[in-house]
Write a protein that binds this ligand. Structure first.
Ligand SMILES: [Zn+2]
Length: 241
């Protein structure tokens, strides 16, 4: 993939996340590692209209140390304060090439309500159920993660999980691709919404039966990622290529 097509993909990821209600307004950002010491990240400018309206040109190339990744890369653009979220998540595990930091209200609300994300359903969303089965850790500080130390603290809470909930703040989702990082954030949001709904209806949240896992197969990345992503892009009104 060329750098420009990677910028387009990151911008699309931002728009998909916003369209799914995983961010509200101007907050949240995605990044994609493009080399040992460089990444593309969603930056802000004086013409920024929020995450839902992210343009490929809002995705800028920077060094892992926050310096411009090329001539004029940061001219007129500001790196998000929470860059350490992206850098520390990537440095902790080189397989995490894509990082989505989002503020999904349902996930924040579920955590604040004391609800732990658990596999309460199965075939409703198998990747989501698997995500929940592995455990969704919580970083218990509600702070703006703007230092390396706070980034490392969040990553320590995350452990080897693909996602972490930041209490009173949002989530960080990391994966090998932008598509997967955003799709697993969508799955986490669906789990949180369903958990809140069940609780609000007076129900009790229970893990699905252990025996059911035998018939919850991995349907493969063509379905779980490629097809799911085509749908997300089509929802934006963009014809899939
Ligand atoms: Zn944040």
């Amino acid at each position: 993939m060329t750098l420009d097509s990677q910028r387009t993909l990151v911008a699309l990821g931002c728009r998909v996340a916003a369209a799914r209600g995983l961010v509200d307004g101007i907050l949240g950002h995605l990044s994609l590692r493009v080399g040992d010491d460089q990444l593309l990240i969603r930056c802000r400018s004086d013409t920024d209209a929020g995450l839902a309206f992210t343009r490929p040109s809002d995705i800028r190339l920077i060094g892992i140390d926050g310096t411009p990744g090329g001539a004029a890369e940061l001219d007129g653009y500001r790196i998000p304060n929470e860059l350490p979220i992206h850098v520390e998540t990537m440095l902790a595990d080189p397989r995490r090439r894509a990082v989505a930091h989002l503020h999904p209200p349902a996930v924040v609300a579920a955590d604040l309500a004391g609800i732990e994300i658990r596999p309460i359903y199965g075939a409703y969303d198998i990747p989501g159920a698997v995500l929940a089965r592995g455990g969704v850790p919580v970083f218990e500080r509600a702070v703006l993660i703007r230092s390396s130390q706070l980034g490392q603290d969040m990553v320590a809470a995350m452990g080897s999980a693909p996602v972490v909930i930041c209490r009173g703040h949002g989530i960080t989702s990391a994966a090998g691709s932008i598509q997967q990082a955003v799709l697993q954030a969508i799955s986490l949001d669906a789990l949180a919404r369903m958990s809140l709904q069940v609780s609000a209806a007076g129900g009790t949240l229970r893990d699905i039966a252990e025996a059911d896992w035998d018939d919850l197969p991995d349907l493969g990345s063509d379905f779980n990622i490629a097809a799911a992503w085509r749908h997300e892009v089509a929802r934006l009104g963009i014809q899939p290529s």
